[in-house]
Design a protein around this ligand. Structure first.
Ligand SMILES: Nc1ncnc2c1ncn2[C@@H]1O[C@H](COP(=O)(O)OP(=O)(O)O)[C@@H](O)[C@H]1O
Ligand SMILES: [Mg+2]
Length: 369
């Protein structure tokens, strides 16, 4: 799937703009502050109904405008297309429309438009809290395993019940046991999906990483969130008192993590920024391959400031891997000369110049138009 048209109104400094992207590679170049990242942000808004730069949506709306909107026409892998729209105003009023119907949950958007973002914050995937890696993992599972969402929702509900009971002790014993059973049931199911996912991801990740970097000995492993030798029910029973003291459940899939280690150390502590960027790219590109394999659609990649921190050789290797994904990719850079060459002749590459919030398409390489 790919975006064949994007219309943006009042997102940051962008004027009302319409973009007809290439189904494959799109390069947006322009000076600092011209609006390149804002274009990626608009697409992100369309796919997730939220911004990647700020938790609050308010700053995304252009100064002195009451609201922002983004529309997109998505070409579906199965043929035909779908129309998505996201509207947001300063009061927090919020509308998502898919093919003319109002939709309440952003999960439906995420399913219609699987997005992968690679930007200067991406190193957090290695350095940040386990929550960031869990989100990465669950994004992948969500897009390949249709049963994951409902298991995850059941887990959240059971956890809320248990934590409330730990704090207030308002549940009777039988209800408590029933919620614990539900927690273990959903927990085992989620653990199985995540384990299968990592097993599939690992070899793809390793192959891609080896094309980007020579990093012998980097290992990716999965921690399920509780002792791997004992069932969750037993762990929950044994930590009950401590859980009650701290007021929440310590063990379980809500504590899962991914571990990236190099020669016995946390990889984030050893790798340079450029290497970290490439490891994150390899992880995210590997996820795109798994989405392709699952045949439930295709990811769209948003790569903000691709050339930064990378030398020519690594830049080329990364472009080649993005190209090999057969997905739609939006790349921003200041100097597009760096990314002009090296694409295969039959890959349609569209180049856009962003200037003071306006976008003009300058060239299309490798296609008829
Ligand atoms: N809410 C807003 N309204 C209007 N302009 C904004 C808003 N938020 C940020 N800007 C401006 O938008 C411009 C473009 O930002 P950005 O897309 O990050 O630029 P680039 O990625 O091209 O360097 C910046 O000059 C910034 O000051
Ligand atoms: Mg930028």
């Amino acid at each position: 799937m790919s975006l064949s048209r994007v219309t943006v109104t009042a997102v940051r400094n962008l004027h009302a703009v319409t973009l007809s992207p290439s189904p494959r590679i799109n390069i947006l170049y322009g000076d600092n502050g011209s609006g390149k990242t804002s274009v990626l942000e608009a697409i992100h808004l369309l796919g997730l109904a939220r911004s990647f730069r700020s938790v609050r949506l308010q700053p995304v709306i252009a100064h002195e405008q009451p609201s922002c909107t983004v529309f997109g026409q998505v070409e579906l892998a199965a043929g035909g297309h779908s129309n998505l729209g996201v509207f947001r105003d300063r009061q927090g009023e919020f509308q998502i429309r898919i093919d003319g119907q109002n939709v309440r949950s952003a999960a439906e958007l995420a399913e219609s438009l699987p997005l992968q973002l690679i930007n200067p914050d991406s190193f957090r995937l290695l350095e940040g809290a386990p929550k960031v890696r869990r989100q990465f993992l669950d994004w992948g599972v969500f897009h390949v395993e249709p049963r994951f969402l409902s298991a995850w929702q059941r887990l959240q509900k059971a956890l809320r019940q248990r934590n409330s009971w730990l704090r207030h002790g308002t549940l009777d014993k039988a209800s408590h046991a029933a919620w614990d059973r539900e927690l273990c049931h959903a927990g085992d199911e989620i653990d199985a999906y995540r384990r299968d996912y990592i097993q599939a991801l690992k070899p793809v990740f390793e192959r891609i990483l080896s094309e980007l970097l020579e990093l012998d000995g980097l290992t990716l492993s999965y921690y399920r969130g509780w002792d791997k030798e004992r069932p969750l029910s037993e762990v929950l029973a044994s930590t009950w008192q401590r859980d009650q003291q701290i007021g929440h459940t310590q063990a379980g899939p809500q504590r899962a993590d991914l571990r990236l280690r190099l020669e016995g150390h946390n990889a984030a502590e050893i790798l340079s920024r450029g290497q970290q960027k490439l490891v994150v790219c390899a992880l995210r590109i590997a996820q795109g391959h798994l989405v392709n394999l699952a045949k439930r659609g295709q990811c769209i990649y948003l790569v903000d400031d691709l050339p930064s921190e990378l030398d020519e050789q690594h830049r080329r290797a990364l472009c080649r891997l993005l190209e090999d994904l057969n997905c739609q990719v939006f790349i921003t850079c200041v100097d597009h000369e760096l990314l002009k060459d090296g694409w295969r002749t039959d890959t349609p590459v569209a180049v856009f110049h962003v200037e003071h919030g306006r976008i003009t398409q300058t060239t299309t390489i490798g296609s008829e138009t």
